[in-house]
Every structure is written in C-alpha cells, then in structure tokens.
Design a protein around this ligand. Structure first.
Ligand SMILES: Nc1ncnc2c1ncn2[C@@H]1O[C@H](COP(=O)(O)OP(=O)(O)O)[C@@H](O)[C@H]1O
Ligand SMILES: [Mg+2]
Length: 225
C-alpha cells in the first residue's frame, strides 16, 4: 500500500503526520518505508534524530519524479506500507504520486490561505481519478496504481471553538473529491517539540503526548491505515 501526504501549502503538518504514521505502523509490526520527496528532508532528519531505542522505518531520499517512480515500484513488493512525504505544490512529482497512491492524505490548516488553496489540490485529485480510470501504458509510464484510490482531508493544528475551524470543517465536508475525516489533530506544543527531543508522541509518556498520540491513532484508524 502506498500512502501519500500532499498539500499545496508548506507548514500544514505533512512531515509531522508522515513521521507519525510510520511510527504508528511500526508499532503494529508492519514493514514500513518512508520516502522523503521534499528537498527540505524534514522527515528523514526527524527519523535520523530518533533516540537509539526507538524503532525506525527504512528511509529513502527521492526528490526526482523519475527516481520516485522507480522507488514506488521497488517498495511496493518489499514493504507492507510505503509512506511518501511530498514537497508542497502540485507539479510533476505530486502528479506522479497521485497516479500511484492507494491513499492520499491531505492535512489542512484552518487558515485562509490554506483554505483557498485546497480546491485546486482537490481538483488535481479529481483529475487523477479520471486519468487512472483511462490509463494506457506507455514506455515512459508502463504501469500505475489501481484505478480506484482513497483521498482524505483532515484538519491539523486546530484550536477548539474558533470560527476558522468551523468554516474549514464546513468547506471540507462539502467536497466529494476527498472524504473529510472527522478526526482533527489539535495544535499541541508536544507535536512541535517531539523532533527536538528525538521522539514521536507515540514514544513520550506525558499527558499531552498521550493525547496527541490518541488524535493521530484516531485519524489513522478512520483512514483505515
Ligand atoms: N498539531 C501540531 N501542533 C503544533 N505544531 C505542529 C503541529 N503539526 C505540525 N506542527 C509544527 O508546524 C510546523 C510545520 O509542520 P510540518 O509537519 O513540517 O509541515 P509540512 O511538512 O507540511 O511543511 C513544524 O514546526 C511542526 O513542528
Ligand atoms: Mg514537510
């Protein structure tokens, strides 16, 4: 299974969510590889900085579309789950990911610029559905993923009872090109601090960490991961 984290915007929790999904799945004894397609390499840096006792997924740095295509084929046969952390935007690399993903995870920050950018990404998801149904193999693209795939939006860095969160929720619930997961990841300092202490919230036994871990667990369960 290939799970891809996508958004036009940076800073919306793609890397944080990708690293946490890898740790969540490792705890469930899955074979996991994390492909970091963002030149900023936040995910790989995070995994590299994990304390020695914490199990880590295999990681690969792949920022070129062609190399990514090769890696996706290779990883499909060798791992239960391939997680891809993508750079912001919707260019060639992200379009390839949309052709291969089994699950597309779209974290959305409840801010005006992020909400305005969301329809453009969801349009790319819709186009990918059509492209996958009508796919014809070529020398450049001999194979892609199955015609059907899942796409989910979810809110990250939410502050409860704010107008923006309500507005974001309504906007995302309204879209039928991606299913809105009713499992917000709240704004929590421990999620920002975790990388600096060489851990994920699944590895820290404090109340805020357990609460943040529970939010991610709920989100991943709802997504069927
Ligand atoms: N739920 C959260 N609460 C608080 N800070 C968060 C949360 N999720 C992400 N962050 C912080 O926000 C910043 C951007 O997150 P990141 O996962 O790197 O986003 P992206 O990969 O989309 O650019 C980081 O500093 C990260 O620690
Ligand atoms: Mg990132």
């Amino acid at each position: 299974m290939i799970v891809v984290f996508l958004n036009l915007k940076g800073g919306c929790g793609k890397s944080t969510s990708a690293v946490h999904l890898s740790r969540y799945l490792l705890k469930r004894n899955k074979q996991v590889v994390l492909l970091d397609a963002d030149p900023q390499q936040t995910s790989i840096d995070w995994i590299d900085s994990l304390q020695p006792a914490i199990p880590r997924p295999e990681c690969r740095r792949v920022t070129q579309p062609k190399a990514l295509q090769t890696q996706l084929h290779d990883c499909l046969n060798r791992f239960d789950v391939t997680i891809v952390d993508s750079p912001p935007g919707i260019g060639r690399l992200q379009r390839i990911l949309l052709l291969f993903a089994d699950v597309v995870m779209i974290p959305v920050q409840p801010g005006i610029p992020d909400l305005r950018a969301t329809p453009k990404l969801l349009e790319a998801v819709r186009l990918a559905r059509g492209a996958r149904r009508n796919f014809e193999p070529s020398a450049a693209l001999p194979a892609i993923g199955k015609p059907e795939f899942k796409a989910f939006t979810f809110l990250v860095r939410t502050v409860p009872n704010t107008l923006l969160v309500d507005k974001a929720r309504m906007l995302l619930r309204d879209r039928d090109d991606a299913h809105f997961l009713e499992a917000d990841i709240p704004q929590r300092q421990i999620l920002a601090d975790a990388m600096g202490i060489g851990a994920t919230v699944f590895d820290v036994n404090t109340r805020p960490a357990r609460q943040a871990a529970e939010s991610y667990r709920r989100l991943f369960e709802l997504a069927g991961l």
